[in-house]
Design a protein around this ligand. Structure first.
Ligand code: PLP
Length: 399
């Protein structure tokens, strides 16, 4: 599809041309196995090492603290399962109500005795109406049985930032392992993990202009660790499986570019996001932003257009080649508002009409202006035919 306006970068990002160029030789002439003894293998290994250095530089850690994985989900699963393996006498996990399924569904499986593990107790810390974490509730939940705390750095639906530094400090005081799912945060906000009380951190290549199928887990030096994928000696015995060299090299290049573009992300991308958000709030009545507008990623806005279905908005935007996401998903034939918006207490009529726009450095002002031109008439048309029609609608409970 040509000429699309792609505002769904929290779902995945386009591969940067520089990244594609960097990985191509490894699909072609540089096909050696980095574990091989011969010079050809060693040549390839040098590129894997360079990619590891680049990813480490983006996070502010040492290259030996980076383990390449297949995706963010594998990184999240590895961190949590490793902590449980390393703390066999502890049966309690703490997480939040707004995690991505990569953490949420694993914790649910562990609470139900899945994965042939003993039963675990899982505490999900609530968030407030702004999507911000209740740190006092978090502190109350910590106990001597807690094996790991996993709190995401940035929420994928709202972009809201969670207080990982404060949470990590409380964990460190009590000797509890702390993991953060930073899949949405890495490359969008500056970070220096070596200065933060974080033991493990997950990231994923396809959220920062590398291809799908490559991720990484940061494991602070000295952290107890048990591999999730057991096999050969790759990744210093921490993750078996022959390395996907083209994807690792791509990830390294993408990390280098993300570092270079961090300022742009926090100035130009944030300005485009604000332009979009302010124009839509001004032109569409009964529109409101979900989540804190201050503590948020620079590229994300989640807006509720009350009394219309988000899915219907998406379909009509799609006819104009505009790609975004909705905050409700069709499960078993009914539209279920997302668990994130429900955790924030967003009312039914607003949650159903929520749309997430997530931008990248490749978006332009012309694209944003096109969305601002196209969307308000769509909302007006949908409201006219809505069963919750504006004038028939119940009063807003969080106006
Ligand atoms: N965690 C968060 C916050 C995400 O947004 C995503 C992907 O959307 C993941 C984890 C999973 O990453 P991957 O798609 O690389 O498995």
């Amino acid at each position: 599809m040509d000429n699309i306006i792609y505002l769904d970068n929290n779902a995945t990002t386009p591969v940067a041309p520089e990244v594609r160029d960097a990985m191509m030789p490894f699909l072609d002439r540089l096909y050696g196995n980095p574990s091989s003894i011969h010079t050809f293998g060693g040549q390839v290994k040098a590129h894997v090492d360079e990619a590891r250095r680049r990813v480490a530089h983006l996070l502010g850690c040492h290259p030996t603290e980076i383990i390449f994985t297949s995706c963010g989900t594998e990184s999240d699963n590895t961190a949590i399962m490793s902590a449980l393996d390393c703390c066999p006498d502890r049966r309690h996990l703490i997480t939040t109500r707004v995690e991505h399924p990569a953490v949420k569904n694993l914790c649910q499986a562990l609470a139900q005795g899945g994965r042939h593990q003993p039963l675990y107790r899982v505490t999900q810390i609530p968030v407030d109406a702004q999507g911000l974490l209740d740190v006092a509730a978090f502190e109350d939940a910590l106990d001597e049985d807690t094996a790991i705390v996993s709190v995401m750095w940035a929420n994928n639906e709202t972009g809201v930032l969670l207080p990982v530094e404060a949470v990590g400090a409380l964990c460190r005081e009590r000797g509890i392992l702390f993991h953060t799912d930073a899949v949405q945060a890495v490359g969008k906000i500056p970070m220096n993990v070596s200065e933060l009380p974080i033991d493990m951190l997950s990231l994923s290549g396809h959220k920062l202009h590398a291809p799908k199928g490559i991720g990484a887990l940061y494991v602070r030096r000295g952290t107890r660790f048990s591999p999730h994928i057991i096999g050969g000696h790759q990744e210093s015995n921490r993750r078996g499986g022959t390395e996907s060299v083209p994807l690792i090299v791509a990830f390294g290049k993408a990390a280098e570019l993300a570092n270079q573009n961090l300022h742009k992300e926090n100035t130009e991308v944030a300005a485009l996001r604000d332009r979009l958000e302010n124009a839509l709030l001004d032109s569409a009545p009964d529109a409101s932003v979900n989540g804190s507008r201050e503590q948020r990623l620079p590229n994300t806005t989640n807006i509720s257009f009350e009394y219309v279905e988000g899915e219907a908005i998406l379909l009509m935007l799609d006819q104009h080649g505009i790609c975004a996401s909705s905050g409700s998903a069709c499960t078993t034939g009914s539209l279920e508002p997302s668990h994130v918006l429900r955790a924030m207490g967003v009312p039914f009529t607003a949650a159903h009409g929520s749309i997430r726009f997530s931008l990248s450095i490749y978006n332009t002002q012309e694209e944003i202006d096109k969305v601002v031109e196209v969307l308000p008439p769509i909302i007006r048309r949908l409201r006219e035919i809505s069963p919750f029609g504006h004038d028939k609608a119940p009063a807003k409970s969080n106006a």
